[in-house]
Design a protein around this ligand. Structure first.
Ligand code: MD6
Ligand code: FE
Length: 221
């Protein structure tokens, strides 16, 4: 086919489907899915962080997390010496967590739909900031009232190695590389699988600098 013929057909060709990597029965990585939403996402993120800045929280065991956290939405995930919980107010400011921006909600819903979870209604978005060396130990997400809804997890900035394990802490984990703009969606039978993030390597991202930002959307209540 000549280039001219290709051009004639360009308008009617279906959109290239997003690259999708299946990592579990009901878990997948949508490569670059967040990239078209990037500018409005980062503008909205700045406003959230002005009201609810990143801070390092303490685990019930007394360890300070290497990852710094913030939240938006009706419910924000927190940890302190008394345990993990979802709260309506930011314990640091006493104000309600910033509202979830529409662009956050729309992106999370679109990614969930693409992954086979229709009608995802997140009421919580945990925002994680990793600087080089920061990591997330293997854990399950089980502070939500129901496990019916999936989790949608957006990666921005420096790359990471995501550990995707089984249903017991000691189960073997797969190592999944995650890049700027990737979204992991999981739910259903995989909802309670252990997962974590290996220490972030030194690096500089052209848009986000020396950090990885992760948004984790959930239906908490
Ligand atoms: C992170 N993510 O990617 C940490 N949890 O920085 C999580 O802990 C996580 O990515 C549940 C589902 C997806 C996730
Ligand atoms: Fe998690």
């Amino acid at each position: 086919m000549s280039p001219i013929t290709l051009d004639l057909f360009a308008d009617t060709e279906p959109e290239q489907p997003p690259k999708r990597l299946q990592i579990g029965e009901q878990s997948c990585v949508l490569r670059g899915f967040a990239l078209p939403w990037l500018d409005p996402l980062l503008i909205a993120l700045e406003a959230i962080l002005a009201a609810a800045p990143f801070r390092q929280m303490v685990t019930p065991g007394g360890f300070t997390m290497s990852v710094a956290l913030s939240s938006c939405g009706t419910w924000g995930w927190t940890t302190d010496r008394s345990g993990y919980q979802y709260t309506r107010d930011d314990p640091q400011t006493g104000n309600p967590w910033p509202e979830m921006p529409e662009v956050f909600f729309e992106l999370a819903q679109a990614a969930a739909r693409e992954a086979g979870f229709a009608a995802f209604v997140p009421d919580s978005c945990l925002i994680n900031r990793y600087v080089p060396g920061a990591k997330m130990s293997l854990h399950q997400d089980k502070d939500e009232n129901s496990y019916a809804a999936p989790i949608v997890s957006v990666s921005l900035g420096l790359p990471a190695t995501f550990l995707f394990g089984g249903f017991e802490r000691g189960d073997k984990s797969q190592r999944v590389p995650l890049f700027h703009g990737d979204i992991v969606v999981w739910g259903g039978v995989d909802r309670l699988r252990y997962h974590g993030v290996l220490p972030i390597k030194d690096g500089h991202h052209p848009r986000l600098g020396e950090q990885r930002i992760n948004f984790t959307f959930r239906t908490a209540r």
